[in-house]
Design a protein around this ligand. Structure first.
Ligand code: PSU
Ligand code: MN
Length: 306
C-alpha cells in the first residue's frame, strides 16, 4: 500500500523500482544542525559523495505537509535558509504537521520512518539522539532510540556526542535489541573523536559485512534497525580535552537557562560550536561526508544480495 502523504522524487522512485541503491539523508541536520550557508553546501556535497560512490541520495523532509523522499536543490536551499524556523520533526510531530500542511525538518527517528515507508534501507547522518546526561532525573531520552528498536533501517553515524550519556545510551540499545556495530573499530566513536572508552557489540570491516548482517536481521524477521558507528577520519578528529570541556560548559549553561525538551539537543550543539570556534563545524562536515561514502558503498553491497 503506498502512503497517501509520501512523495518520491522521480530519481528516487526510478532507482527503487529498478532495485538500485538509495541512501536516505536527514534534514534536521540542515535546518537545526549547522548554520547557513554551510548547511546547504554540506547537504549538496553529501548528496554528491553518495552519487560518486554509486548510489542515489534521498534527502528526506516534510514540505507543505508532504513526506518527501528526495528533495530538490531548491527544497534543500529553502530548508537551510529557513533554519530553526522549520519545525524539528520527530515521530510525535508527524500527525499535526501533515494535517496542517506544514514543513518539518526530520530527525533521525522521522527520517527512518519515511525511509522505511519509501523502501529505503540505508541512512547516513552525523550523530543520533540518545540518553541525555542526567536522564535518570529528566527522563530525556531521544525518540531516535525507540525508532532504531522498531523501524528496519540501517543508520550510519559517527557515534554519539558526549552531550549524551554514552554508557546509558548503549544500555538502552542493548535492551531494545539494536545491534551496535563499530566500522573498523572495537570502540564506540564519540563523534568528534575516534574513541570513547566504550566498546561496541561487534566490529565489522567492510560494506559487504555490514550489508550481510543487516540482510540477516531482516530475513530473520527481527524488527528494528541497526546502528553503524563510523569513526571520524583521524586527520579531522578533535582533541578530546577541548571538545569535552566545551560540552561540559554547554551542559552547564543549558541547566542554568532551564533548556529542556526538544530544544536541548540543538541548544547544546550550537553552544559547542560557539565554544570551539569553527573547528567543530569543520569536523562535523567531514564526518558526515565520511558516513555518506560508507552508506553508499553499503547500499551498493545490499542491492547485490538477493
Ligand atoms: N546529534 C548531532 N547532530 C544532530 C542531531 C543529533 O550530533 O543534528 C539531531 C538529529 O536530527 C537527531 C536529533 O535525530 O538531533 C535528536 O534530537 P532529540 O535529542 O531531541 O531527539
Ligand atoms: Mn530529548
Amino acid at each position: 500500500m503506498t502512503n497517501p502523504y509520501l512523495s518520491l522524487s522521480p530519481e528516487v522512485s526510478d532507482a527503487l523500482r529498478e532495485g538500485r541503491p538509495v541512501v536516505a539523508l536527514e534534514s534536521t541536520i540542515i535546518s537545526h544542525g549547522m548554520p547557513y550557508p554551510q548547511n546547504v553546501e554540506t547537504a549538496l556535497r553529501v548528496e554528491q559523495a553518495i552519487r560518486d560512490n554509486g548510489a542515489v541520495p534521498a534527502t528526506i523532509a516534510i514540505i507543505g505537509g508532504r513526506l518527501k523522499a528526495g528533495c530538490t536543490k531548491e527544497e534543500i536551499e529553502y530548508l537551510g535558509r529557513k533554519g530553526q524556523a522549520v519545525t524539528k520533526a520527530s515521530r510525535r510531530d508527524l500527525p499535526v504537521l501533515i494535517a496542517r500542511g506544514d514543513d518539518g525538518a526530520t530527525t533521525v527517528a522521522t527520517t527512518m520512518i519515511i525511509a522505511a515507508m519509501a523502501g529505503i534501507r540505508i541512512f547516513a547522518t552525523g550523530g543520533i539522539g540518545g540518553v541525555h546526561r542526567g536522564a535518570q532525573v529528566t527522563m530525556d531520552i531521544s525518540a531516535d532510540l525507540e525508532e532504531l528498536a522498531q523501524t528496519p533501517v540501517m543508520v550510519i553515524c559517527a557515534g554519539a556526542k558526549s552531550i549524551l550519556d554514552l554508557g546509558l545510551t548503549l544500555e538502552y540499545l542493548e535492551t531494545k535489541g539494536v545491534p551496535v556495530i563499530g566500522y573498523g573499530t572495537d570502540e564506540l566513536p564519540a563523534f568528534y573523536t575516534r574513541k570513547s572508552g566504550f566498546g561496541v557489540d561487534y566490529r565489522l570491516d567492510t560494506p559487504e559485512q555490514l550489508a550481510a548482517a543487516f540482510d540477516a536481521k531482516h530475513k530473520l524477521g527481527l524488527k528494528g534497525g541497526m546502528l553503524v558507528t563510523n569513526p571520524i577520519p583521524e586527520e579531522y578528529s578533535m582533541p578530546a580535552d577541548v571538545i569535552n570541556h566545551a560540552i561540559d560548559e554547554a551542559i552547564e549553561q543549558a541547566q542554568k537557562q532551564g533548556i529542556h525538551g526538544k530544544q536541548t539537543t540543538p541548544f547544546l550543539l550550537a553552544k559547542v560550536k560557539e565554544l570551539t570556534g569553527g573547528d567543530s563545524l569543520d569536523a562535523n562536515i567531514q564526518l558526515v561526508l565520511n558516513n555518506a561514502r560508507l552508506a553508499a558503498r553499503t547500499a551498493v553491497a545490499l542491492t547485490a544480495l538477493k
